[in-house]
Design a protein around this ligand. Structure first.
Ligand SMILES: Cc1cc2nc3c(=O)[nH]c(=O)nc-3n(C[C@H](O)[C@H](O)[C@H](O)COP(=O)(O)OP(=O)(O)OC[C@H]3O[C@@H](n4cnc5c(N)ncnc54)[C@H](O)[C@@H]3O)c2cc1C
Length: 328
């Protein structure tokens, strides 16, 4: 039987790599290498890559914009599938317009496209980095709205089961949470979002533009630019994580090559030479300080990818099975 490597090589040719550095594909610009790496440019390729990895019982991971993950310095064992499928279609449902976007579509570009077409719903996403897939997976949101507010359904490939439509209510969305995220947290093989449908309401372009411009201006005023992962921690119930970190006096705190932004305390900035370990150490330090000062246990919003130790406890790897070197 052909090995996984042979099959990936045959199918993906120049878009298949071994020991591919991942840092440049993440917004924090840190992290090690992926032992196996492919670029998927169509939904079929995305599904096929995941199916192959699943067939060989090799862990796989879909990489969107890399804007909500922290890849360990040791890298990722198994197959990383970079999602670049970007087809977008629009159709009328008689009342509104339904936009179907491949999961690798850049979310903010899609939001801009909808605004220019006079379609309302995704304005909140004009400055949220990443892909449609990442947003559907984590229920991304901003400015009082989120993915849940507009998603009709998503087409998802489920390992061992195949492809199916998941309606909005099946996603069990909550603040930066979804049923898909829960599956991964439980250590189950990863479902893969192939595309998503959003219902959008016709509205005047100038109104939508003004709304989006206001969101962008607010973000520029309140958030730093540079190599970050956005908010490091979720807002705990009844608190803002940034306010707690600021009030604990931690703005500007540095650990190795990373420091806490002076503009927004829930943002960590890579000074250019940070390691993933620096970032996780700072995450740990902030967690402990806030717990000691306010008795609040912050929960990281970013996903740690690879093997990690956090608060002296091994953070369970989301891979459901470790790759055997013979299988690779
Ligand atoms: C400057 C900055 C500002 C930000 N502001 C916001 C904000 O306002 N609101 C907000 O919600 N977030 C924000 N974020 C975080 C981030 O933009 C979102 O979480 C985004 O939705 C992540 O998408 P991604 O494509 O980058 O996902 P990635 O970081 O690549 O992946 C995140 C997770 O989603 C999974 N995933 C991605 N695509 C798929 C797929 N097709 N199928 C299955 N799983 C998939 C990955 O496997 C991984 O588990 C910000 C980040 C930065 C850097």
């Amino acid at each position: 039987m052909s090995s996984l490597i042979e099959r990936l090589q045959t199918r993906f040719e120049d878009e298949f790599h071994q020991d591919q550095p991942l840092a440049k594909f993440t917004s924090a610009r840190v992290g090690g290498k992926a032992s196996l790496f492919v670029i998927a440019r169509t939904r079929d390729e995305l599904q096929l890559a995941a199916e192959l990895a699943y067939e060989y019982r090799i862990p796989y991971f879909v990489l969107g914009g890399g804007s909500n993950i922290l890849v360990s310095d040791e890298g990722v064992r198994g197959l990383v599938i970079q999602n670049r499928c970007k087809r977008v279609k629009y159709r009328s449902n008689g009342v509104n317009v339904v936009c179907t976007a491949d999961s690798g579509t850049n979310l903010s570009s899609l939001a801009r496209q909808c605004i220019n077409k006079g379609l309302s719903g995704l304005e909140w996403a004009v400055s949220v980095p990443g892909t449609v897939g990442g947003a559907v997976f984590g229920n991304a949101g901003a400015h009082g709205s989120d993915t849940k507010a507009n998603l009709v359904s998503a087409t998802v490939w489920e390992p061992g089961k195949g492809m199916r439509y998941m309606a909005n209510d099946e996603m069990q969305y909550a603040y930066r949470e979804s049923a898909l995220k829960e599956e991964v947290r439980k250590g189950r093989p990863r479902p893969v979002i192939l595309s998503a449908e959003f219902e959008l309401v016709p509205e005047q372009v100038s109104v939508l533009q003004a709304r989006a411009d206001g969101f962008v201006a607010h973000r520029k005023e309140t958030q730093p630019s540079g190599a970050t992962m956005g908010s490091m921690f979720k807002n705990p119930e009844h608190f803002y994580a940034g306010y707690l970190i600021d009030t604990a006096g931690l703005k500007g705190t540095r650990m190795g090559g990373v420091h806490i932004s002076k503009k927004h305390a829930n943002f960590f900035l890579n000074d250019d030479n940070a390691t993933a370990k620096d970032i996780v150490n700072l995450l740990d330090f902030v967690y402990q300080q806030v717990r000691d000062d306010f008795n609040v246990e912050l929960e990281p919003e970013v996903e740690l990818v690879g093997d990690w130790y956090f608060n002296d406890k091994r953070e369970e790897n989301s891979e459901w099975r470790l790759a055997d070197s013979e299988e690779l």
